[in-house]
Design a binder for this molecule. Structure first.
Ligand SMILES: [Fe+2]
Length: 239
């Protein structure tokens, strides 16, 4: 399995505090079945501003430690970019997910200016990158509602019906989520959301988004080994 979102690198953000913790987290991920892990430290102006060279150096250091310890996980580079007015500056020297043109992007929890979000992500796409929205189930502005059964028709029918689940239910994305789908964004769900790690509301949203086949990748969003069992399942504790 691939973990597309993880704060495993030490000392760069609010993830692993030191290299030993990075190895402990990798052991949890290995026990849960992961073999490739994208290391995606936060990029947040005024908060977490480690340069890409620091990220790549940290990744090499942890990979060497994992190889020494015999933990069979391959680390890949990435960032978790925060969507604010500074995001576009990062496009001059981006760190996409691995060899792709995909940028993992986190939306503010409360989106006060939806037009700004739309315009920023449109410009990311126009610059040749694919935004991958991190844990959309945790963003109230991307809420999905369920409207019983039956197929919609009309102008928005294609979008809605694209999200129909196998059980025939119809899932209706918020206006902002519909826009991001049309724009061609990817969507990364958190495995912990489906386990109820963030509460019942987020779990329900994650179930809706999974049912409408919104997610094109999943991630742990692991910040430490402490809650690995709750996020990854019991197998992660067998280390
Ligand atoms: Fe994260």
């Amino acid at each position: 399995m691939i973990d597309w979102h993880c704060h495993l690198l030490p000392g760069l953000d609010d993830g692993a505090a030191d290299p030993d913790e990075s190895v402990a987290m990798a052991r949890c991920l290995y026990a849960a079945g992961y073999r490739e892990v994208y290391c995606t430290p936060h990029q947040l102006k005024g908060g977490y501003e480690a340069g890409n060279e620091e990220v790549l150096a940290a990744l090499s250091g942890v990979q060497a430690a994992l190889d020494r310890e015999g933990v069979g996980i391959r680390l890949l580079a990435g960032r978790e970019y925060y969507l604010d007015e500074y995001l576009l500056d990062c496009l001059a020297d981006p760190l996409p997910l691995g060899d792709s043109r995909c940028l993992l992007i986190e939306l503010p929890h409360r989106v006060a200016h939806r037009e700004m979000v739309k315009q920023t992500l449109f410009r990311v796409v126009s610059a040749g990158f694919t935004p991958v929205i991190a844990h959309p189930e945790r963003s109230p502005s991307l809420e999905v509602s369920q409207s019983g059964h039956g197929r919609r028709t009309g102008i928005l029918g294609r979008l809605f019906n694209a999200g129909r689940s196998d059980d025939g239910a119809t899932y209706i994305p918020s206006n902002l989520l519909a826009y991001l789908m049309e724009l061609g964004c990817g969507f990364q769900g958190n495995v912990g959301s489906l386990r109820g790690y963030y509460g019942g509301t987020v779990r329900r949203q994650a179930e809706f988004m999974r049912a409408m086949r919104l997610y094109d990748r999943m991630g742990s969003d692991l910040h430490s080994s402490q809650h690995a069992g709750l996020i990854l399942g019991d197998s992660a504790q067998g280390r």
